[in-house]
Design a protein. Structure first.
Length: 213
């Protein structure tokens, strides 16, 4: 038995209970079998990339819940009261995390925002946490998340940042590619520069999608 399989055996009862909670929450939207598959798949995906292990089952339940919400939205079974924006970069540890956090800061509940990585990293870059803390943005509960088909299907606008053709294309969605420097290759001042450029772009985007009343 591999290390991963051994670890999965240890958390299977926890993930099963998480599946039961989510099956109740999404009753009538997706089947219990689909819920269980998404929960275990989410755990396996995060386990391969996330450095965090202590709270991994809880993160998997949260991630699975978001994926199931997106699945319900894409099927028209869960309403979308606000425009949905998805930010995608390679590791979901820098640019897309900053964009998502800044969008929430700027637009509040006028939009719903998600972020993901085509090859998610182990942790959010310390310099990214630092420059966002200067805006009183706390990423304590955020973590790199993988790009999944259901998340893309639920989005109205998909913003890519250096991840090439990794994001699937679906008709009826707006796609943009933001050419931004990779924070992993910059010092803190450089990351601040990227942060400020992202904020300017986010302010234009959110005012276009959801103007202030």
């Amino acid at each position: 038995m591999s290390t991963f399989e051994h670890g999965l055996a240890d958390v299977t009862p926890i993930l099963t209970r998480a599946s039961e909670r989510l099956a109740s929450r999404f009753d009538g939207i997706v089947s219990a079998e689909t819920v269980e598959r998404v929960v275990f798949e989410s755990y396996a995906t995060l386990a391969r990339s996330a450095r965090i292990t202590e709270h991994l089952p809880a993160l998997a339940e949260h991630f699975a819940g978001d994926r199931l919400t997106a699945l319900g939205q894409s099927r028209g079974m869960i309403p979308k009261p606000h425009p949905e924006i998805l930010f995608v970069c390679v590791q979901n540890s820098g640019r897309s995390q900053m964009a998502a956090a800044i969008t929430t800061l700027v637009a509040g509940d006028r939009v719903n925002v998600r972020s993901a990585g085509s090859q998610p990293g182990e942790f959010i870059l310390p310099a990214v946490r630092e420059v966002l803390s200067e805006l009183d943005v706390d990423l304590a509960h955020q973590y790199p998340k993988p790009l999944t088909d259901d998340i893309v299907r639920a989005a109205d606008v998909v913003i890519t940042m250096g991840c090439g053709d990794a994001c699937p294309l679906y008709p009826g969605k707006r796609y943009e590619d933001w050419d931004l420097e990779d924070p992993a290759e910059l010092d803190v001042d450089g990351v601040r520069r990227v942060r400020d450029e992202i904020r300017a772009r986010v302010e234009r985007l959110t005012e276009e999608l959801a103007p202030r009343s």
